[in-house]
Design a protein around this ligand. Structure first.
Ligand code: GCB
Length: 606
């Protein structure tokens, strides 16, 4: 436990551009929202950041876009200006808000002013749910810091002397250009939505506060009647005091003694009902320290791998999954709100899924919170996707930072059962070293979950073979396979033979075929709903023949989604059409094939 805390703070200090600590459980903290309309300047040449010699402007430079845009007198020259007519809504990507932004990749400066109420002797943090990809943040002309990584939260503590009662001038330079040595890298199969894509908040905290805590069911308790909970608390300063842990519904109260800035605990609790996808029971948990109080809603469950099975609360479970991008397909925008999360996860429920793979990056926090309450298990992933610069140690640090931020935000969510360290990375020595390091880091940060990565298959003498050396390190063997779409016909599934090197649970993290909604033909007609339907029929029949270690699947994908790679002018037009739902939320024929399979598996009590 101690080790995990230590490692997580080390990682944050070493690799995060943003200040630490990361304040967690923002939903239950005292916050002031800075969402709403922000004014912007589009700056493809980064004029606001670099001078004409391409040198970073100094902080006081009046032409820097983080400084006031108001001329001081009538002869003063100002070449930048924020104005109401150039406004973007935060949270939200810029691409979907104005046609001129649809394909834009570059810098945009966001500005908003705010007043700050008297909050007494409190600490103030500026918290971003996510900014894609790089954020440089300035308040009243002072740089607070920078952060890279488009899908994870970060915060900066604001010195109180910097905050004014009226008219604070907050500027964020957002840059979503793609680079070979970033994560993700140049090449993906999704839209590179830019902007301040998630909530922005001021978080008001006491001087001494609980930065993070973990509370969960101990693995040993999954089958025993007596339930044991365990966890840890971390504070921003060293203290000598008792922290009260309460679970009111269980009439449970215990004191945790803290000498220093962290403490571990384990307690036996009375008659606890475990969280499961059938009964997603959440308990209110309250932690009270001398100066701080935080509440959360926590589900208690265990998840583990035993031999070739996945066990939820000690019982074998079959994952009836579906992949989801963080996108609302009509009109095609980043999802961010609770309403968006409900929309996407209820679609998954319609399919009778009990699990979702949130591809290919950490989704917004609403997704995992709603999954907690609906009873949907979650695979959460960092965007180590395809051909990352594996030999570059700085890239590894960036991946570790994103892994750390993902786990820091969501490690108390019962729904999250799998941390994935990447997707379809090509086998080389450098890659396997990189990826296995991430697996080990994930295990050190959170030893209570399954660690995975989506591997590829290859075919040897007609046998689909899974022997990726990374499978040695992951807890389950997850593969993406598209037999009948990227190779052969769906009927090839009938004779497919599988050879898996590892005696571990086998999971199909992807499979799928494209269909243009409303386009009909016979089943051999590519892009027709009938082809996709046939693909699913053959795939499902093959899955039914898989050996007993076959533990589930998350086909590709719930909804059609935007992708600049998909350029068939008739059937794709910039969209990946492997969705089971079309852009208007209409089910394609294949939906019903997968649903029937899931209904059948459910009847088998799996
Ligand atoms: C994959 C990728 C996914 C793509 C999908 C496809 O294997 O993991 O990101 O979108 O295939 O449609 O080709």
């Amino acid at each position: 436990m101690k080790k995990a805390i230590l490692l997580s703070s080390l990682l944050l200090h070493a690799f995060c551009y943003a200040q630490t600590p990361l304040v967690t459980n923002i939903a239950n903290r005292s916050t002031i929202s800075l969402n709403g309309k922000w004014q912007y300047i589009v700056d493809p040449y980064e004029t606001g950041f670099y001078d004409y010699r391409w040198k970073e402007r100094n902080e006081k430079d009046r032409e820097a876009y983080w400084n006031s845009d108001v001329p001081e007198n009538k002869t003063d020259r100002k070449e930048h200006g924020y104005t109401v007519k150039n406004s973007l809504t935060v949270p939200g990507d810029w691409n979907s808000q104005d046609a001129k932004f649809l394909y834009y990749e570059g810098s945009v400066w966001y500005k908003r002013s705010f007043d700050f109420p008297d909050v007494g002797d409190k600490k103030v943090f500026l918290y971003f749910g996510a900014v894609n990809y790089k954020a440089d943040v300035y308040l009243n002309g002072k740089k607070l810091g920078a952060h890279k990584g488009g899908f994870t939260p970060f915060n900066f503590e604001i010195a109180r002397s910097l905050l004014k009662e009226k008219g604070n001038f907050l500027v964020v330079k957002v840059d979503n250009k793609r680079f070979a040595d970033e994560i993700p890298t140049l090449n993906t199969d999704w839209w590179n939505y830019g902007g301040i894509t998630r909530d922005v908040q001021l978080v008001i905290m006491p001087q001494n506060f609980m930065t993070d805590y973990s509370i969960r069911l101990a693995k040993s308790s999954s089958s025993s009647k007596e339930k044991k909970i365990e966890g840890w608390i971390k504070l921003n300063t060293a203290v000598n005091e008792n922290i009260l842990l309460e679970i009111p519904a269980l009439k449970f109260k215990k004191e945790i003694t803290v000498n220093g800035d962290s403490a571990g605990f384990d307690f036996t609790v009375p008659a606890l009902e475990v969280w499961s996808y059938q009964h997603p029971v959440l308990y209110k948990v309250i932690l009270t320290s001398k100066d701080d109080k935080v509440t959360d809603k926590v589900g208690f469950r265990t998840i583990e791998v035993q031999g070739a099975q996945i066990l939820l609360n000690g019982e074998p479970v079959f994952l009836r999954g579906i992949c989801i991008h963080e996108e609302i397909p009509n009109p095609g925008r980043r999802a961010y709100s609770r309403a968006d999360a409900l929309k996407l996860l209820l679609q998954a429920k319609e399919l009778n899924a009990n699990m979702v793979r949130l591809a290919h990056y950490p989704h917004n926090e609403n997704m995992v919170r709603v999954a907690d309450s609906l009873g949907i298990m979650v695979w959460s992933e960092i965007p180590v996707y395809w051909t990352i610069d594996f030999a570059n140690s700085e890239v590894l640090q960036k991946a570790k930072q994103q892994l750390n931020e993902m786990i820091a935000r969501d490690h108390n969510r019962a729904s999250v059962i799998i941390w994935s360290v990447g997707n379809e990375t090509p086998v080389t020595e450098a890659r396997t070293k990189f990826m296995s390091t991430l697996v080990k880091t994930a295990k050190q940060l959170d030893g209570s979950r399954i660690i995975s990565a989506a591997l590829e298959t290859h075919t040897e003498n007609g046998v689909i073979t899974v022997d990726d050396p990374l499978g040695e390190f992951t807890d389950i063997v997850s593969v993406n396979e598209y037999l009948g779409w990227y190779g052969g016909l769906p009927s090839n599934c009938r004779t497919a033979q599988w050879k898996v090197k590892y005696d571990k649970p086998l999971f199909f993290s992807e499979t799928g075929a494209e269909a243009l909604e409303g386009f009909h033909g016979d089943s051999l007609t590519r892009w027709s709903e009938e082809y996709q339907q046939w693909f699913y029929r053959e795939q499902v029949a093959m899955m039914k023949r898989m050996p007993a270690n076959f533990s589930g699947l998350s086909p590709w994908i719930l909804n059609d989604f935007r992708s600049p790679r998909r350029n068939n002018p008739v059937y794709q037009e910039g969209w990946n059409k492997k969705g089971l739902f079309d852009r208007n939320g209409k089910k394609k024929k294949a939906f019903y094939i997968l649903k029937a399979y899931y209904d059948e598996m459910q009847k088998k009590k799996l």
